[in-house]
Design a protein around this ligand. Structure first.
Ligand code: Z5A
Length: 217
């Protein structure tokens, strides 16, 4: 079986804190897929929250500041899952059925890390919401880009104004990071990439991990 046949119908996810370099890493994954002769028209890229018209509107709500009304943590969590259900049902599952490879900028682990670790919402409650909304649907392979939150936020700051979540205190991101690290530890189909390295080294590390994963398929 060729590499592109093995990769057809698979869902790869990139996770990490802001400024970890997810957008940059996704371009490296695209480059790697081209090396595997995966036709560009058979690659679907997604981002979360977002990726459908309704999910993008939910993304706007999650990011916006409304004077005099705080978005409740549980409302934020539910919006993340509402957006995810729209994306999974309308884009990801149809693409996988069509033998596309799907490359996701964030997925379920972001909710466990940000809303669970960062906000402190009970992880069992998040698991229950995940089960109710997505069942056993999961990524086939997750690349977690690990970065010290100070460094990630300084990169994000250089790019422009910070949004509602990005302005939270550093310990929020420390807790978020710890959950990501735990999730990778407990999952055989996930790896950590040191995102504090130069872009060239990050690219190299991603290629090695993707090669290893492909060899295991
Ligand atoms: N969120 C949540 O709370 N719960 C959920 O379930 C989900 C999401 C799904 C999404 O915002 C927000 O929603 C996010 C989590 C929350 N919270 N915040 N805040 P987003 O999509 O707008 O933001 P993001 O996902 O964090 O992406 P980002 O800020 O755009 O970061 P990035 O894609 O990881 O980084 P980048 O754009 O590739 O790189 C950042 C800069 O660093 C850029 O200038 C690069 O040129 C530079 N860069 C990249 N790599 C390197 C290296 N290796 N060295 C030096 N500089 C680099």
């Amino acid at each position: 079986m060729s590499a592109s046949e093995k990769l057809a119908g698979k869902f790869i996810v990139i996770e990490g804190l802001e400024g970890a370099g997810k957008s940059t890493a996704i371009a490296y994954i695209g480059k790697w897929l081209a090396l595997q002769n995966m036709p560009a028209e058979n690659i679907t890229y997604t981002r979360e929250p977002g990726g459908t018209e309704l999910a993008e509107r939910m993304r706007d709500i999650v990011k916006m500041d409304i004077k005099g009304e705080e978005l409740e943590d549980k409302a934020e969590l539910l919006l993340m899952y509402a957006a995810r259900v729209q994306l999974v049902e309308h884009v990801i599952k149809p693409a996988l059925r069509n033998n596309h490879i799907v490359v996701g900028d964030r997925h379920n682990w972001s909710s466990l890390a940000y809303q669970g670790g960062g906000r402190g919402i009970n992880s069992q409650l998040i698991e229950d919401i995940k089960q109710v909304s997505l069942g056993n649907f999961n990524a086939d392979f997750t690349l977690y880009l690990d970065i010290d939150p100070e460094l990630g936020l300084s990169r994000a700051r250089e790019r422009g104004e910070l949004d509602r979540i990005e302005r939270l205190a550093i310990d929020f991101f420390e807790r978020t990071r710890q959950v990501f690290l735990q999730l990778v530890k407990g999952n055989k189909s996930a790896v950590t990439i040191d995102a504090s390295q130069t872009p060239e080294l990050v690219e190299k590390a991603i290629f090695i991990q993707l090669d290893n994963w492909l060899a295991s398929l």
